[in-house]
Design a binder for this molecule. Structure first.
Ligand SMILES: C[S@@+](CC[C@H](N)C(=O)[O-])C[C@H]1O[C@@H](n2cnc3c(N)ncnc32)[C@H](O)[C@@H]1O
Length: 293
């Protein structure tokens, strides 16, 4: 659970809408020791009798959600609606009882399945899942309307998510038919791009300026070819080129095997964070978040 003191509902909604590994985002109402106390403390004045709502939880049993629903219904005379409720209450177990939060925008729905690698027009085994792709885009801190670049775009997983979030996207792949394939995948979801170029992104001078953020999943020679280059060198060259394309304060996010050391010019980038994802015995991925100095 991540909590913050943001009071603007629109900001909370944006975070909830954009986030990848999140089931729910809403306003925290408070905590209580049991369901009855929760309903007593928080349902009063919250719902008009003509409103509809639903209760959901990851940590409680469905029956307990039903019990809380019945208690809220009794106290507010609002109606339970599973399909399109006006309000969604999320109740979760915490150390010393139960916590309750609410959102007006109903359930968070992402249709991840529709965008899974195998569901796209163009598939490659190196394609990553949309949730991870979205997290990689978010880590680059791009905003709606910003120009986002994936220099090793493959099937376009990151470009699809960034475009859905309202960024202008540019991609590059060294292989022509792969670059075409990612364009096909964007079109499949009725998404536009500023262009997908066939280019070597390990070239020190990227042909792009004024980018707002870069995020990518570099090739490392297992599912995707490095064309005989060392992954470490590919990253070093990419960051060399990226330093000319990004202004100070902008981000370049690189996903790479954790075994590969990052080598970059400390005058150009600062490593702000690194997130590790265990995949299997011989592969742990590292997501390195670099900020242009
Ligand atoms: C790990 S895959 C990217 C997969 C992508 N994230 C996806 O979900 O489909 C890396 C991609 O980089 C491309 N590539 C390899 N060397 C390259 C280079 N020097 N410049 C640009 N692209 C390159 C490969 O063709 C491959 O499609």
């Amino acid at each position: 659970v991540v909590s913050s003191t943001i009071s603007d509902q629109a900001v909370v909604d944006t975070i909830a809408r954009r986030s990848a590994y999140t089931r729910f985002g809403g306003t925290y109402l408070g905590k209580a020791k049991d369901l009855v106390s929760l309903a007593n403390q928080f349902s009063k004045g919250l719902l008009e009798p003509d409103r509809t709502f639903v209760v959901d939880s990851l940590s409680l049993h469905m029956d307990e959600c039903g019990d809380l629903g019945a208690l809220i219904k009794e106290r507010t005379r609002a109606r339970v609606c599973l399909e399109k409720p006006d309000f969604l209450f999320q109740v979760e177990k915490i150390d010393d009882g139960l916590a309750l939060a609410v959102t007006r925008n109903g359930r968070k729905q992402f249709n991840w399945k529709q965008r899974r690698p195998r569901a796209r027009r163009f598939f490659l085994p190196s394609a990553i899942y949309p949730k991870l792709a979205r997290a990689l885009v978010n880590l680059s801190a791009v905003k709606e309307g910003d120009v986002f670049f994936d220099p090793f775009c493959g099937t376009g997983s990151l470009l699809i998510e960034a475009s859905l979030m309202g960024m202008k996207v540019v991609g590059a792949d060294i292989t022509k038919w792969i670059a075409r394939g990612s364009l096909l995948n964007l079109k499949h979801f009725s998404l536009d791009s500023l262009g997908i170029i066939r280019a070597d992104s390990s070239y020190e001078h990227l042909p792009l300026r004024s980018l707002d953020g870069i995020s990518t999943d570099v090739p490392y020679g297992r599912a995707s070819s490095t064309r005989g280059k060392e992954t470490r060198d590919i990253i070093e060259k990419l960051l060399g080129g990226a330093s000319d394309s990004l202004e100070s304060g902008k981000y370049c996010v690189v996903m790479h095997p954790s075994k590969v050391d990052l080598s970059f010019d400390r005058n150009s980038f600062q490593l702000e964070g690194q997130h590790l994802i265990y995949v299997h015995r011989s592969l742990t991925r590292a997501i390195s978040v670099l900020r242009r100095t």
